[in-house]
Design a protein around this ligand. Structure first.
Ligand code: 5RP
Length: 230
């Protein structure tokens, strides 16, 4: 099974948790897009859901495929969000934001009664941090913010390269008009401590550590999809 087939398997298993009438948060990324494709087939078969997309990219795909959408202000409380992750550990702490949508993803997940993470088995790790942590920052004072992030990380014994994400010749800009600082710490042994430090920095809009947000994960590997609970 290749990576795409695993993503489809995880998305299929997640679809089984979607019920008629649900208000659904819809994630961003290649795994979430497999879910959107399967969801669209169900919608055309008569399933009634109202979706809230976590990015403009997801919104475009949903509109193209005929998945009905609302804004989060129209549907401020959601039943379920289904989203991918860049990394997750056995406690269901996630690193997200590889697709640059972490702020809306976190707001939507926080507005949902439940969040299901869908991922291929390569995303499940013992210790988070091999994937650079995306940190969404305000463009104003970005150098000061980067220094503050470095100092905060160093208080926890963490260091590593921090790069402003680029999109071709330009700096990558999120849907909210912010930059992404990708922090290569290598390992994040205490995600809660790092999250607390980052939350204190005014220029940090949000970061990609999702803690105690996922209800469970569906992990797809060679042997099929399995459910992982914390
Ligand atoms: C986007 C995300 C995605 O969920 C994450 O990057 C995983 O993407 P993919 O399914 O393409 O591996 O957090 O901001």
């Amino acid at each position: 099974m290749d990576a795409r087939e695993m993503k489809v398997k995880a998305a299929e298993a997640a679809l089984a948790h979607v019920e008629d009438g649900m208000r659904l948060g819809i994630g961003t990324g290649s795994t979430a897009e497999e879910f959107v494709r399967l969801l669209a087939e169900k919608v055309h078969g008569g399933l009634r859901i109202q979706g809230v997309p976590t990015s403009e990219r997801t919104a475009r795909l949903c509109l193209e495929l005929g998945v009905p959408l609302k804004s989060l202000d129209e549907l401020p409380e959601l039943d379920l969000t289904i989203d991918g992750a860049d990394e997750l550990d056995a406690d269901l702490t996630l690193v997200k934001g590889g697709g640059g949508a972490l702020l809306r993803e976190k707001i939507v997940a926080a507005a949902s009664s439940r969040m299901i993470v869908i991922a291929d088995a390569t995303k499940l790790v013992e210790t988070l941090g091999a994937f650079p942590l995306p940190i969404e920052i305000n463009p104003f004072g970005q150098t000061s913010t980067r220094i503050a992030v470095e100092k905060a990380a160093s208080r926890l014994g963490l260091s590593g390269e921090m790069k402003l994400r680029r999109a071709g010749d330009e700096l990558f800009m999120t849907d909210g008009g912010h930059y992404i600082l990708d922090a290569s710490f290598g390992r994040i042994p205490d995600a809660e401590a790092l999250s607390g430090e980052l939350n204190f920095i005014p220029g940090v809009v949000e970061h990609g550590l999702f803690i105690h947000m996922a209800s469970f994960a569906i992990i797809a590997g060679e042997a099929g999809a399995r459910t992982l609970k914390a």
